[in-house]
Structures are given as C-alpha cells and as structure tokens.
Design a protein around this ligand. Sequence first.
Ligand code: PLP
Length: 407
Amino acid sequence: MSRFDQFFSDLAKKLKASEIRELLKWVRGKNVISFGGGFPSPELYPVKELAEIAKRIIEEKKHVALQYTLTEGLPELRSALKEFMERKDGIKVESEDNILITSGSQQALDIIGRLFINPGDAVIMELPTYLAAINAFNLQSPRYYGVPIDYEGIIVEKLEELLTKLKSEGVKPKFLYTVPTAQNPTGITMTMERRKRLLELAEEYDFLIIEDNPYGYILFENMEIKHLKALDKSERVIYLSTFSKVLVPGLRLGWVIADKEIISKMALLKQSLDLCSSTITQFIAYEAIVSGLVDKQIKILPGFYKKKRDAMLNALEKYMPDGVEWTKPIGGMFVFLYAPEQIDTHKMLFKAIDRGVAYVPGKNFYIDGSGHNTMRLNFSYPSLDDIDRGIKILADLLREEIEKTKA
Ligand SMILES: *Cc1c(COP(=O)(O)O)cnc(C)c1O
C-alpha cells in the first residue's frame, strides 16, 4: 500500500514491474554473462557518421530540425521510406499517406491496441510472442487466443481450428499479431507456404494482421523472404518496422505502412500522445537513408551477427545434454531453447545467475502461461568467448537438473 494508491487510476494499478526485468537489470554490471538482453550490439553503431550528420543538421537546418513537425512524420523521411520500402522490401507503397512515423515500433503497438481493442475483444497471438506487444495490448484488456508455432512459423492448421471454433461461438477476432521473420523470442521464420495460407485465412475469416518486422534487414542466409505486406492484396496487413535494430534504438523511430484510413486514425491518436516524433532524429534517419548509411549497415550487420549465431549454435551442439532442443534462426538476435518438460527455467534462473549466466525464462512470452521449460537466449550482445563459456555453464547446470529429476 502506498499513500498514492487512492489517487491512481485502475490502469495505473494494472501496471507491475516484471520480476525478471528487475533481476536482469540487477545482473547488468555484475560478473555475469547475459543472454538475457534484447539489445543490438553497440560495436555496430555507426557513431562517427551519426555524430557528423547530427552536427550538420542542427547547424544547417536549425529552423526546421529544431521545430515541431507533422504528426504523420517528417515529409522528407516519409518519401525516403516509400522509396526504401520498394527497393529493399518489395513493398509497393501507394503514397506517403500510407506511412506513419512513430516513436519506435512500441508506439505503433500502443496505438494499435487503443485503436482496435475494446475490453474483451478477441486478439490472436503466436505462442510464444514478443513480450512488449503483450504488454502494450494488455492495457486495453483484450481476450487473447494463442496459436502455437513450430520451426516453420505459426501452425496454420491450428489457426484454422481456432478460427472455426471462434466462429461457431460467434466470436470475431480483431487482429492477429505476428513477427513472421526471425521472430522475437524464437528466431523462427514463417515459410512462404504458411504466409500465403495465413493471408487466405485472414480473408476468409475477415481479421487484420499486424506484421512486426524489426529483423528483416538482419538475415544470415541468402534466401528471399516476402513480407506479408508484400503479399497483401486487400490492405489487411498493418506493417511495422523500426530503425532500432538496423541503425540505433536511441533514435526511437519506427514506421507503419497501412491503409490511408488506418494511418489517419493512427495519426489522430498520435497527436494526443506526443504531437510528433522527434524532428531531429527524423532528420538524422532521413540523412542516414539518403546518404547510404542505412544500406551500409544492412551490408555489415548480417555477417557480424551470423558469427555470433554460429558461435551459439556450435556451443549448444557441443555442450547441451540429450533432451534439450533449440531453434536455428536464419536472422535476428535470438535462439529459443526447449528443455525437457520437468525443467522449470524460471526457478533455474537463480542458480544460473549464481554460476555466472543469465537468460530470460520463456514463460514470459506465452499468453497462456505455458512455456515453463523454455528460455530465450540473446546472441547479439555477448562476445564470442562469452557465448561459448556461458552456454557451457548453462549446459552443465541443465545436465545436473535433468539428472536430479531422474534420481
Ligand atoms: C526490438 C523489437 C521492436 C523494436 O521496438 P522499437 O520500439 O522500435 O525500438 C519491435 N518489435 C519486435 C518484435 C522487436 O524485437
């Protein structure tokens, strides 16, 4: 009880600090190898280039760059993104009016939650899915329905089963949220076949799809991936991306591609949230695109992260005991590990930290309370040496825990 409780709203009372987040915060700076973070690697931040751009913009464009801009976003940046999306993502954007600049993808998730969810509305989520999306939607009190994913992405047969069942009960889901490419937390990428089927089902059962794509520029294999938005023929997909993983998260800039009507509604709401996203960082992002800096990053990032992914997959292969499985991501920053059923990764975390290694218990990413035996392992942040040492520690601990439950 606090003396402010009487003043707080019901919404405020719903907000709780995550135990794990607090724990991982505490771990930072200690002598612990952390696979727990979700941070890009700062070694890859183009510091010199960004400093030069920022200085130039503030000096030369002060009258615009230090001023408010349009809620929808800096016009130059929207135009640059239109061209960029066509060139890099194969997404044909009809006009700038189909683009909204947001203060990170997180703001887009918040806006989407508010614009589409009434309390109790049906929302479909992957099992597991991105924690910050769960948290953003939670504020609107949706009723979640989970659909499991396997190594090929969302299991469309299970989705169809769910949709049929919901229909028979007279329940119409508002949207399905998915991270189809190098997913957070699993690193799994949805196959082309499943993408097509998902879109067919969205047509048939008439729901929207939120495609969250922060990792599309960090792919390790030379494979062509078609975004859901690129396959979308009826403006059913609301596409989210961000500068956080390809440039730096500190710009706090993301963008949305969607039907004009949806974009204008989103802009109306955004006006109340922050008037506009930071003008300075929008100019920086604009310059980063037109100067070729973003293209350069897209060339460097995959090779760098691939080395780290390989180090993690090799270490897992070398050290993990029988009965433990994990995903083989073709992009992004995470491997997801499945321990035998009898292991509780939440309980085990304290022992792991004691021995010098941290991770995120997978349960946090499941809206249905399952996933007690899973964990998310980040490979973008730790060094190659730490990845090997950390996975060995984790494997030894898992082996002991498995032996214990056998005895
Ligand atoms: C990192 C990440 C984001 C990025 O969020 P920002 O607010 O743009 O920094 C969005 N979605 C997923 C799934 C992510 O992993």
